[in-house]
Design a protein around this ligand. Structure first.
Ligand SMILES: [Zn+2]
Length: 358
């Protein structure tokens, strides 16, 4: 079968690989959509310590079951499924407290296990053991279902930041994750959502789709002053930094209202992980800083539900559909700012959603 495999930084190849099979407790799926994540671009550039090459990339996966391993009860050939990316062990201190997102024994699809940029993908028994396979509701396309994984991470971020009714929320970064943050904040009852982005091209594209109350171009504006100006000097209740920028994180602290929350949703480059934090903002203004590390199986289940119900539409965010042979190009298209969500279709266009996504 054809796969997209990481060998080394800047060496990702579309090549042939043996077809996997379903071992005991596993499923084998034919991948219909595997969408491109910002992390895929990071891996292309500089690899990842948890990723042992050669490795098939891709972790935003939806497809149909083609083989059911012995003991994988409840699943049948032909089932339409969406698969989690982060696999908690389900047994450690953190998992027993319901904190699967910070399970220290977590493994990930596309890192320790071959991912979805392939015609076929083995879903390990460990995924099924934690409830990590979800049925795609009738009427929902595989492409939309594949976006449940990034949305599940966004749900985790907004739960920790306690985004809710009547709030003013600032989202910094207008990539696919930023767009999902805008949509989810509205679904959670936020009164005003402001979108801040450095790239004019990406901001225009994103704002045209998710229609924030204000779009702030960070290249020409003092974004802190802009947010303060747009909030009557009070600042925002929640500031979500969906960009890998230390400067944006420092600015976010200054955008936050008294009693506000700042979410460091995006990680910083491994070689530049430090920022300067004005601790007195945290102290005197009682500002909370929260993190976000992926998502749990339950977040995935709920994300798929929000997409299926229409509470968080995603079809229009999928701007590019590419065959497997062009997956590497898709990774670059995503970082260029000309795309929001890029999805790879290893089995070719399904046709099932042609009317919905245009
Ligand atoms: Zn655990």
């Amino acid at each position: 079968m054809r796969v997209v495999r990481f060998h080394a930084p800047r060496d990702v190849r579309v090549e042939d690989a043996p077809e996997p099979t379903a071992g005991p407790g596993d499923l084998l799926i034919r991948v219909r959509n595997c969408s491109v994540c910002g992390t895929d671009a990071k891996i292309w550039r500089s690899g990842h310590p948890d990723l042992r090459p050669p490795r098939v990339l891709g972790h935003e996966v939806a497809g149909e079951v083609v083989e059911v391993g012995e003991g994988a009860d409840g699943w049948s050939v032909g089932d339409r499924v969406q698969v989690i990316a982060a696999i908690p062990d389900g047994t450690c201190h953190e998992c027993r407290h319901g904190w699967q997102t910070v399970c220290p024994n977590q493994e990930r699809i596309g890192y320790q296990h071959d991912g979805g940029f392939a015609e076929l993908m083995r879903v390990p028994a460990t995924v099924l053991a934690v409830g990590g396979v979800n049925r795609v509701p009738a009427g929902l396309s595989f492409a939309e279902a594949s976006v449940a994984e990034p949305l599940s991470c966004v749900i985790n971020g907004q739960e920790q930041a306690r985004v809710g009714d009547g709030q003013t929320v600032v989202v910094v970064g207008a990539g696919p994750i930023g767009c999902l943050h805008v949509r989810l904040a509205r679904a959670r009852g936020a009164a005003r959502v402001l979108l801040v982005e450095l790239s004019r091209r990406r901001l225009a594209l994103a704002a045209g789709l998710v229609a924030p109350d204000e779009a702030v171009a960070a290249d020409a504006t003092d974004t802190v002053a802009a947010v303060r100006g747009l909030t009557g000097g009070r600042g925002a209740d929640v500031v979500i930094v969906a960009a890998g920028s230390g400067q944006a994180q420092e600015d976010a602290l200054r955008m936050a209202a008294r009693r506000g929350t700042v979410s460091f949703f995006g990680g910083l480059p491994r070689d530049r992980p430090t920022i300067t934090c004005d601790a007195n903002i945290v102290h005197y203004r009682e500002v909370a800083i929260v993190g976000a590390n992926g998502s749990s199986p339950d977040h995935n289940r709920r994300a798929l539900g929000l997409i299926a119900s229409g509470a968080v539409p995603v079809a229009d965010l999928i701007t590019h559909r590419l065959p497997l042979e062009r997956a590497v190009e898709g990774i670059h298209t995503m970082t260029s700012g000309e795309a929001i969500k890029v999805t790879v279709e290893p089995a070719g266009p399904t046709g099932e959603s042609a009317g919905r996504n245009r």
